[in-house]
Design a protein around this ligand. Structure first.
Ligand code: FMN
Length: 195
């Protein structure tokens, strides 16, 4: 409970590197998560240094392409400033962990009911694994940011990463350089109902 209560999304990081041993321990915790049909639909790819820079340059290109496409079609671009801000934070953190669902496919292609059901189950399972990782990081004095704004550069990132499957999300990781207050939560009575 203490770890759950103390965890925050961290958006400022120290430059200090995080050891591969420590990152391996976090992924060890992630893999203990429950998963639908015990499929364990996850793969964690760790980017640091120049590889991280190239990954994030690709994300920048992807966001720019999305911006151009939305300008041409008149689509809703209201999420773009947040995506750009997320990219800025990712550049500042020493580690980016990419979370893939190796059996998944692009969320932007139509899917039949069975495929969609599997995808939803896998997404829920990945969420459980990511939360395990975040809590393990919290216990070890590390900060994390769970990132879905990778979706704004989905195709470009997938091509760069070069893995089959679905890009589920990313996690920024590093030693925190801020200690944010708890973010607001809905009151229990608004979200809990006994029948
Ligand atoms: C699935 C998911 C995706 C998220 N994507 C982003 C993101 O792309 N950029 C970002 O800054 N924060 C992102 N967040 C972090 C949320 O904004 C954050 O968890 C929320 O505001 C509550 O703050 P807290 O984590 O400090 O409790 C994401 C969180 C989740 C669970």
């Amino acid at each position: 409970m203490n770890t759950i209560e103390k965890r925050r999304s961290i958006r400022k990081y120290k430059d200090d590197p995080v050891s591969q041993q420590l990152i391996s321990e976090l992924v060890w915790a992630a893999r203990l998560a429950p998963s639908a049909k015990n499929r364990q639909p996850w793969k964690f790819i760790v980017f640091t240094g120049e590889q991280k820079d190239r990954l994030l340059d690709t994300m920048n290109t992807g966001i720019e392409n999305t911006e151009k496409a939305l300008a041409q079609t008149g689509g809703d671009a209201s999420g773009l400033p947040d995506a750009k801000n997320t990219l800025r934070i990712m550049r500042q953190a020493p580690v980016t962990i990419i979370v893939m669902n190796p059996g998944g496919s692009s969320p932007y292609v139509p899917a039949d009911t069975d495929t969609r059901t599997t995808e939803i189950c896998d997404t829920l399972s990945i969420g459980a694994a990511v939360q395990n990782l975040l809590l393990a990081a919290q216990e070890k004095g590390l900060g994390t940011l769970w990132i879905a704004n990778t979706l704004y550069a989905y195709d470009e990132l997938c091509e760069f990463i070069g893995e089959k499957g679905q890009l589920a999300c990313a996690i920024s990781l590093g030693y925190p350089d801020e200690d944010p207050n708890p973010r607001p939560r809905k009151p229990l009575e608004d979200i809990l109902e006994f029948r």
